[in-house]
Design a protein around this ligand. Structure first.
Ligand code: 7TS
Length: 424
């Protein structure tokens, strides 16, 4: 244990809140966590980049390929019917997971990135005209900046950016002031991947709607950690990636309100998204198929369904409470280390701990921690404008999931101690 961690004696440490999670059992569900890295037990703290996958997800994918692989929605044969049934069952699981009113409002996409691009290129393209504005925040991931820049460039529209304070919290008044006659859309993150800030999303949506502005939400970092209810939020679009919520890579969900999805032009043309085609005219399929051109990632969808079912089994509230406990603990012990500065100290945070160490480049932190078997992410986290806002090129970021433990946070603290020794 480093001196910094030792300094925090038992009474000073926040008492574990426990919650309803049996973390040892959760860990046993994840085969990858059993391995050693560079001779040390793997400490996986890069969950904001992607989470690990439980056996239930891996098995569901294997079961599909071994037992029911077939194309969907087009076969009359047995395997195709099973595959279609499983694919559509996963859609209902996703619908219930975010409390969408209708299953046809769930569009399967490659991930949050594709969900956002879909909205920009269909809804955005039809709605935004020269002189209009699209409003985002200063803490967006590049995938919630660049698609809007592309749209604004094409349309001669303007991207407006709501500022944040030094803690990494959105300035709600400034956000409200930026909503105006020209604002055609607000695209905002629910939770910041680089800071962990949880935005006051419901209030932001109310403010936007009061100006008649629809809101598209990037939920990539929220869905794995908290109950998301799209009806309670009243958001117009909500997107997330499967791979950050214990599911496979390359699959995600875009939710949109029926009326908006109905009115939107299609995103990609191809098989399954049509109801009839002649060389003169094509009419499009009904929702959600209008937005699912071509053979989808069937195994991915089934794996995602298994992941969401797995999360339901643990209880998203239990996961959130456990991660909050880790965050509170990690904040206390890491910030007590001399030379360490936390980036992102919002009152409302999900399980992300971004930090810098005086005189050490974050990449060197990551490399030394890797030698200790500890996986974190270092860099700008695809949020360069946010790094600029804090006047830094990069941070080191530890991010938590259901299977992490306080012992792993202690390992991180010891690892940071090593970094400080090397650079002393
Ligand atoms: N939005 C947010 C808030 C994200 O954190 C990410 C990925 C994305 C969108 C894009 O998700 P994708 O699945 O389509 O790639 N964020 C990160 C990260 O923080 N580290 O690696 C990927």
């Amino acid at each position: 244990m480093t001196t910094a961690a030792r300094k925090l004696d038992a009474e000073q440490r926040p008492a574990p809140i426990g919650g309803g999670l049996d973390v040892a059992r959760v860990r046993a569900d994840f085969p990858i966590l059993q391995q050693r890295v560079h001779g040390k037990p793997l400490v996986y703290l890069d969950n904001a980049a992607t989470s690990q996958k439980p056996r239930a997800v891996i098995d569901a994918i294997v079961r599909y390929y071994e037992g029911s692989n077939a194309n969907i929605h087009r076969g009359v044969h047995y395997l195709s019917e099973i595959a279609t049934k499983d694919y559509e069952a996963a859609r209902r699981t996703a619908q219930e997971f975010i409390n969408a009113p209708h299953a046809h409002e769930i569009i399967f996409v490659r991930g949050a990135t594709e969900g956002i691009n879909l909205v920009a290129q269909t809804f955005g393209r039809a709605r935004v005209q020269p002189g209009d504005e699209v409003l985002i925040t200063a803490m967006e991931h590049h995938s919630n900046i660049v698609p809007w820049q592309i749209l604004c460039d094409e349309k001669g529209a303007k991207l407006r950016v709501a500022p944040i304070n030094d803690q990494g919290e959105l300035l709600l008044d400034e956000f409200a002031k930026l909503l105006g006659r020209r604002t055609k859309l607000a695209a905002v993150t629910h939770v910041s991947n680089a800071l962990g800030t949880i935005n006051p999303l419901k209030r932001m949506i109310e403010l936007a709607h009061a100006h008649g502005v629809p809101v598209a939400v990037d939920g990539a970092q929220a869905v794995p950690h908290m109950k998301v209810d799209v009806q309670a939020l009243d958001c117009d679009f909500y997107t997330f990636s499967g791979h950050k919520v214990y599911g496979p890579t390359g699959i995600g969900v875009l939710y949109g309100k029926s009326a908006l999805l109905e009115a939107m032009p299609p995103y990609q043309g191809g098989g399954d998204m049509i109801s009839s085609v002649t060389f003169e005219k094509t009419s499009y399929n009904k929702l959600p198929y209008k937005f699912e051109a071509g053979t989808p990632d069937i195994a991915g969808v089934i794996g995602l369904g298994a992941a969401l079912t797995y999360v339901n089994g643990l209880g998203i509230g239990n996961i959130g409470a456990h991660e909050h406990d880790l965050l509170v603990y990690a904040t206390q012990v890491v910030s007590a280390i001399p030379g360490v500065r936390l980036i992102g100290t919002a009152k409302e945070k999900a399980g992300v701990l971004s930090f810098v160490i005086e005189g050490v480049h974050p990449h060197d932190i990551g490399t030394i921690l890797d030698q200790e078997g500890i996986a974190i992410r270092t860099g700008h986290h695809c949020s360069q404008p946010l790094m600029d806002r804090f006047g830094i090129p990069a941070t080191a970021r530890a991010s938590f999931a259901a299977y992490n433990t306080r012992e792993e946070v202690d390992a991180l603290v010891r690892g940071i101690g090593k970094v400080r020794e090397v650079f002393a």
